[in-house]
Design a protein around this ligand. Sequence first.
Ligand code: DHE
Length: 527
Amino acid sequence: MKSIWPLGLAGVLLFSIAPQTEATADAEPTSTITLYEQHCGSCHGNDRLGRMGPALLPGNLSRLNKKKAIQTITQGRSATQMPAFEKTLTPPQITALTDYLYTPPKEQPDWTLNDIKASHTVPVPMDQLPEKPVYKADMMNLFVVVELGDHHVTLLDGDRFKPIHRFPSRYALHGGPKYSPDGRFVYFASRDGWITQYDLYSLQVVAEIRAGINTRNLAISHDGRFLMAANYLPHNLVLLDARELKPLKTIEARGENGQTSRVSAVYTAPPRGSFIAAMKDIKEVWEIPYHEVPVSDYASWVHDYRQESGEGNALKTQFPIRRIVTRDYLDDFFFDPDYRHLIGTSRDSGKSRGMVVNLDVRREIAEIPMAGMPHLGSGITWDYQGREVMASPNISKGMVSVIDMADWTVIKTIETLGPGFFMRSHEQTPYAWTDVFFGPKNDAVHVIDKKTLDIVKTLRPMPGKNAAHVEFTKDGRYVLLSVWDMDGALIVYDANTLKEIKRLPMKKPSGKYNVWNKISYSRGTSH
Ligand code: DHE
């Protein structure tokens, strides 16, 4: 691997993204690289390989023409942390920066299977772990809470709402951490490619590996054998053994047309025994079955890895790719509860529609007309008047769409105080919660009655501070909500009375993940 940022450079620059100076026509001429480092480097990396923001190399910009790139730098990008630079930079400076982004780097960055293997560490091997937890708690009602503000994770007792432990994470964890099927191990992915396996019994890191340079997310097979990481850079998927993160295989994201692609995300489809990955730069969805892999073969690959440090022969033929060609790119997607359908959207098609892909017949079978930019990845489902509905927030308009999953019609559009990012519910609660993540009213959270589809209450947990992302306790009786601020908090509400129960100060808490809700694939949460 060539030219990578120093890994120890924690998030000191993270909050310096906002434009700081006023642009003037007679500003001193500045070299483009200095300009880039001054305004873009803290989020996208001085080497353009991505940090909190994505990598900015020509190979990752195939869907963005220069005109759109200029528009993005000038006006910012909705649903991301990308600010507008029109008050900071002059039009010629923006054009120069854009040209620079489309200039290939001196050395093409790469991260091969050998690089991945070389990054692998196992501080505490599995056979040295204790049999029982080193503390007392209901292990099924634990939460991990990601604190983005100072890159830490808090492990919380979900009965008493007391922190059990707080430990440093890799820089910029993103996406939901994934649990092993028994809930003992949790796996985190950071935007700069690190995968960490953490033991919730003994409170220590078991293994770590760098699976990519710029990573999207991580999925774990429902049988707990495999992990798959989806990358923006390089353009690939990386298969790991979930026991101690041994790397098994890299799968290049190359379409039928020969073009390579960033991977939008990868998820597990438990009833299918497959990983499902959507491509970002080619119009394809991939199903990669793992259920056909016999346990005995799997054991022999691990043996191969240990003995020869190479890919086992069996690996070369296993994990076939089943391609589904779609009409549009899939940036964001969701599944129905039995994983027969994938519902996806393209963020820049301007067509505002959801594509429904049947994974059995492997083609698009319906289109859902939807306004704005639905955030399907945050969708949830529940029973409504005897049918299954899904609800999705919208990252460009103040609305929640409720969709009938039998005929794919929008049965209600619920107006909200602004565009939202996350939604949550639980089988045992009458309510669904949605935030108003973007816009001036982002301190509000709406509570929707799942029977009437009306907003019944709007809470403002800390006026003036961004309230977002809730998660329920195992029994659905309490809701934990984040206030996304360096002086933020995790606030616990009674899920029925909607009264505040407790407030724990935290540093920009982002997502929180309940062990039981995740391993039981609750319909009210993300998977
Ligand atoms: Fe996320 C989940 C993509 C920006 C916080 N986000 C996800 C997932 C995807 C995704 C595909 C599901 C992964 C999983 O759980 O396995 N996110 C994207 C984007 O494409 C987008 C818009 C632009 C980008 O920069 O990548 C984006 N996301 C953000 C943010 O700016 C957020 C608010 C702050 C951050 O951490 O960068 C953010 N995303 C989250 C969180 C989850 C997430 C907290 C997990 C939600 C959950 O409950 O599972």
